[in-house]
Design a protein. Structure first.
Ligand code: R5P
Length: 309
């Protein structure tokens, strides 16, 4: 594809390669050096002058280092005279820090948007932001894709008899409605409370009738798993026949994988917006590479991206 280049940061080279395969191009060449003082140097190893450049970097460990690498990479490309630089951020960093819900804290998702702009990005391409208002944090064009159709296609293939979509918490109700519309299913909503260190989640009620149903829990991300596993137990207590989950971003932090093994959750369907270090027989990963490749092609050609939603 003429004038189009894709570069990968260190966070998820497998996804960047899969995107490049879909596009029929080789990933751009660069080298990253870590000095003994922990400074990073990124050097673009090919000419990018007047090129339409996409940089793929997701929010994954080591998180802070990957953020700094992204910023240096964007800056290097800008100073190498790329015509346009798009930051492709499949899982947006600090997406949950999107509001000032305590005194004297940072709205860090907004800070991330500012940093990406300062580093030289002309636009952003991302997937399923934690909350829609994050899109407004950008002073540049920001395209937000959704992986819901990718997940729904797989769910439909499994059959949907006696199934019901269940929002993992009230904040997820709107997204759950999108799943329900795609799948032609009814919807229920879990009332979740957080306590203590805010990483402990407890399902306390469900709005909707789940008795005898195959519950399909949906959420934008699974981090420690507290939300999904607590909801699973609660749904079984309420008479559910089975519980599985479909989640876009598999953060899987803390003891999530261990807890998944012990949970009654039957299957966890996720996408590859984040690399999964260790896996489990319960996890099935679907790729967003074709979706991102199609969006990149459309941005490059100046065609509508919203047609993908
Ligand atoms: C919260 O608002 C999100 O939608 C997820 O429910 C949350 O990030 C999941 O976190 P955890 O897996 O740690 O409960």
């Amino acid at each position: 594809m003429d004038g189009l280049k894709v570069f990968s940061g260190s966070s998820h080279p497998a996804l960047a390669q899969a995107i490049c395969k879909c596009l029929g191009i080789a990933p751009g060449r660069l080298s990253t050096t870590r000095f003994s003082n922990e400074n990073l140097k990124v050097r673009i190893e090919e000419n990018v002058r007047e090129q339409d450049v996409f940089v793929v970097q997701t929010s994954a460990p080591p998180l802070s280092e990957n953020i700094v690498e992204l910023l240096i990479l964007l800056d290097a490309l800008t100073h190498a005279s790329a015509r346009r630089v798009t930051a492709v951020l499949p899982y947006f960093p600090y997406a949950r820090s999107d509001k000032k819900d305590e005194p004297r804290i940072s709205i860090t998702a907004r800070l991330m948007a500012d940093l990406v702009a300062t580093a030289g990005a002309n636009r952003v391409l991302t997937i399923d932001l934690h909350s829609p208002q994050i899109q407004g944090f950008f002073s540049m064009p920001a395209d937000q894709l959704t992986a819901v159709p990718v997940l729904c296609e797989r769910l439909r293939a499994d059959g949907l008899e006696e199934a019901i979509v269940v929002a993992a918490d009230v904040g997820e109700a709107k997204d759950a409605a999108v799943f329900a519309k795609h799948l032609g299913l009814p919807i229920a909503i879990i009332d979740k409370r957080r306590s203590g260190d805010e990483e402990r989640a407890e399902a306390v009620a469900v709005i909707g009738d789940v008795r005898g149903k195959r519950c399909l829990l949906v959420d934008d991300e699974i981090a420690t798993g507290g939300t999904i596993f607590s909801a699973t137990d609660f749904l079984f207590e309420q008479g559910a026949r089975g519980v599985s989950a479909a989640v876009v971003h598999p953060v899987l932090s803390g003891r999530a994988l261990e807890r998944l093994g012990a949970s009654r959750l039957e299957r966890l369907l996720v996408t590859d917006t984040i690399p999964i270090a260790a896996t489990s027989p319960k996890i099935e990963v679907l790729s967003v590479a074709p979706l991102l490749a199609e969006a990149i092609t459309r941005i490059h050609d100046g065609r509508s991206v919203s047609a993908l939603f």
